[in-house]
Design a protein around this ligand. Structure first.
Ligand SMILES: [Fe+2]
Ligand SMILES: [Fe+2]
Length: 186
């Protein structure tokens, strides 16, 4: 699989989790905490391991430097903006984790902070993914040689094994199917 195709597929998985997170916020706002603790814990783990360490790792360690080498600007250019958004996402996940721990189940008024942080993350990552899909990835497909793309694919596999490993990857897929069934197509 081409490296950019792999990242696009990962974006689809991330978009699915963002829809689940939005649905969880809606339920918390309406009904307090209808037993969302496990799902939120799973999502937070997915955001910090799959999204941040693995997916953003592939972009930051390999894709962005490869694009920089062919002249795409970092400071004051698209890569600088995307890197800043990765950092904002990281901070937002930390805030979400804190605000979820601080809320009291069954008291909708105490989930205001979590709902705000979660909706901020949904908006931030949704726009970030659109920018990469529509601007950066077409640029990568156009500008990176076949040899460079093959090198990126090998590097992505290494990062995948280092940060996630085969067994955990499977677990994430099962988790996504499960959350989809519970929150998007009940
Ligand atoms: Fe990114
Ligand atoms: Fe991405």
């Amino acid at each position: 699989m081409k490296p950019v195709e792999e990242l696009r597929m990962e974006h689809e998985a991330v978009k699915l989790t963002l829809r689940v997170l939005e649905e969880i916020c809606t339920r918390m706002e309406r009904q307090g905490d209808p037993g969302v603790g496990d799902a939120v814990a799973q999502l937070l783990e997915f955001f910090s391991v799959f999204v941040d360490k693995c997916h953003h790792g592939k972009e930051e360690e390999l894709l962005f430097p490869a694009l920089e080498q062919v002249g795409v600007k970092v400071e004051g250019g698209p890569i600088g903006v995307l890197l800043k958004e990765h950092q904002q996402g990281r901070e937002c996940v930390q805030r979400m984790s804190k605000s979820f721990s601080a809320h009291r189940p069954g008291e909708p008024g105490t989930s205001v902070d979590f709902n705000r942080d979660a909706r901020e993350y949904v908006a931030l990552l949704g726009l970030h993914i659109e920018k990469e899909n529509n601007v950066l990835f077409p640029l990568a497909e156009r500008e990176l040689s076949e040899a460079k793309q093959a090198e990126l694919s090998d590097g992505f596999e290494r990062i995948e094994n280092e940060k996630i490993g085969v067994g955990r990857h499977e677990q994430f897929h099962l988790m996504l199917d499960n959350l989809k069934g519970l929150y998007l197509h009940p």
